[in-house]
Ligand binder design. Sequence first.
Ligand code: HEC
Length: 302
Amino acid sequence: MYFYDIRYMFVTTKVVIIYSLSIFRVFSLCKFITNNMKSFLYIIAFAASVLIVFLSNAKGVPQAVTKAPGESGFDCGACHSGGNFNTSITLHVKDSSGNIVTQYEPDKTYQLEVMVTGQNNAKSYGFQMVALSDSDNKDQGRWTNLGTNVKTQNMLQRKYILQSNPRQDGIFTATWQAPPTDLGSVSFYFSGLAVNLNGSNTGDSPVSSKLTLPSSTISSLSDFHLNVVKIFPNPARNIIYISSSENVQPLGIFNSQGQKMSVNLTDPEKGIDISALPAGLYFLQHQGVFPHTVQTRSFIKD
Ligand code: HEC
């Protein structure tokens, strides 16, 4: 709520400056101008530049509000509310042939489309989005080719994309180049806002969502490994088994925050009991089928 206060301060300052300027005009403008022409011009120039800075902020978004981990937990509703637009938001990630993908390949380039829609005559729409690797919540990939009314902004040591101005059709586009190496799954956190364009944060309706894309690494060497070591069943509720043409020694099971889980790995042939783990995405680290390599397979606990 810190930025919220600052924002309010900005708005209040704006009002105070405009107000005092007009009082000023009424009471002592003529006398002041004749006596202090130079300082008067300085003050006007200063007030104007302050106003320009604040007003130019008006169509951006002053804060990271996609509900991604590491943020304050709000969407645009931190400041905007009061609308009845029933806003919804969808993200499509498309490959170069325009097909919607559900996995990403390292280093490949994807076309992203955020679509914000609203009912009851919403006038315009805004959005914000960030892409984070699930393992460490660091921002991933490279944003290029930003569509009309889309800009990037650094916040919380991450690069966000967001509206530079609202769009009437609610469709915001950008190109995203996936991270150069396989980092496991990446999640897109995005929030949208349907607005009434009344120049304030009232009468608007926020929404937010998340899309996770697992990685699909296709390279000759790792493909070979992928084919020889498999975890089944996947997803699993109680017991997982490692299937492999050679003897594979499990080393540890980690959650998506990278924390090692306490799981009994002593007799993997009989299966690994994962019934005590909370539902979610996990990584089994095992000694590779080639000696001295450590590899990771992911699985989902139901
Ligand atoms: C910290 C407070 C704050 C947050 C968070 C915030 N806004 Fe705003 N926004 C404002 C204020 C205040 C205004 C009113 C105009 C101004 O002074 O900038 C505004 C105005 C707007 C407008 C013009 C609205 C209209 O009806 O004229 C749009 C569009 C907008 N914001 C989009 C967004 C989007 C999209 C998000 C979330 C991703 C967002 N804002 C998050 C404070 C915020």
